[in-house]
Ligand binder design. Sequence first.
Ligand SMILES: *Cc1c(COP(=O)(O)O)cnc(C)c1O
Length: 433
Amino acid sequence: MTTRVTPDSYYGPSFGALLEQDPQVAELLVSELDRQRAGIQLIASENQTSPAVLAALGSTLSNKYAEGYPDARYYGGCSEVDKVEKLAIERAKELFGADHANVQAHSGASANQAVYGAFASPGDTILAMSLDHGGHLTHGFKVSFSGKWFDAVHYGVAADTEHIDYDQVEALAKEHRPKIILAGGSAIPRLIDFARFRAIADEVGAIFWVDAAHFIGLVAGQAIPSPVPHADVVSFTTHKVLRGPRGGAIVCREEHAKKIDRAVFPMMQGGPLMHGVAAKAVNFAECMTPDYQDYAQRVLTNASALAGALDERGIRPVTGGTDTHLSLHDLRGVGVTGVDAEARCDAAGIVLNKNAIPFDPEKPNVASGIRVGSPSVTTQGMGPEQMSVVADLIHRAVTETDGSPDHPVARQIREAAGELLTAYPAYPEPTAG
Ligand SMILES: *Cc1c(COP(=O)(O)O)cnc(C)c1O
């Protein structure tokens, strides 16, 4: 053993062995943990998963081939992983009140690929939210498989309200008769009217699919209404607000269960990542606790506090606010582009991303907006008072600095951020005893 002390317990007892065998990689694990601890993390799609989830991810389940499903595998030796996957499936069904769950998708994009595989063939028409109004690459964007293999028609938000234009959804559905109508996206700050989507899908005989990747954690925590009673199928990621391991999952109505399972395996994937499946099981159980439900409520409170505090400082939230864990902000009021705001915040110790706003006059790699989310800072225990401090730091970084880490105001902001992070650390050092 080297004499270097593991900086914390988050990488488990095998970390010492890794440090000895491969210090290059081990040091990077430590420096990434340091990075996660050092900034104010406002990326809406990220979170800080629990040590229990990290332990499952770092387990020998990674060694096991388990192509197939519990009690119907293409490999021997699956007795234990069968139990793990059954637990994950049962917990997902209970958590979401779903008929059926598939927990094998490697990621959100893989889950989405499987949903397409289950319900559509190349050349079919799908109707989804456009990327530049808040959708996702996998919703028929032209550089994605979904845009290459399907005929994607896109709806957006109304220019006056910036809310989803349901009349447009209905008109496009009637005109194009899509196989699938897809709701959900990566930059939608408001609740989605699932009942309205369901009615439109029924009117044209389409499958109604909700990609709940972003907000499923709020559903799990019973903080917002669930799409599950309305949709034929709901796909999601397990690593965003939900706070589990990086991965994907699908829940659906019983009538679609076989189709979904066959589409995940063998149509789209080979062997499942059983360490990830175990970590999903751990996460689903965490999500059924009062602690997690309280967390989900605080995520909402913090997101609206942050959106409101930025609004007071002239950084307008698209739609005027948020009902979820994220808000999208129009920077034109302060005369800064998204790309500059992201760089200035980064140099000041605040991690967020530039984002196109609806009807954005700038190119996507410049953008007129930023997206901020409360999942990580809420995990760290921050509340609305801290959100007001964070909004002030963002405003100062965006309007008073130039993107250089040496700018005196950037230094001041990093110092203030450091104070906040000392009081509300990510992955706090376990207290002795
Ligand atoms: C994050 C996200 C995905 C993709 O998830 P990955 O795990 O990155 O593949 C899909 N759909 C939506 C709406 C997302 O927000």
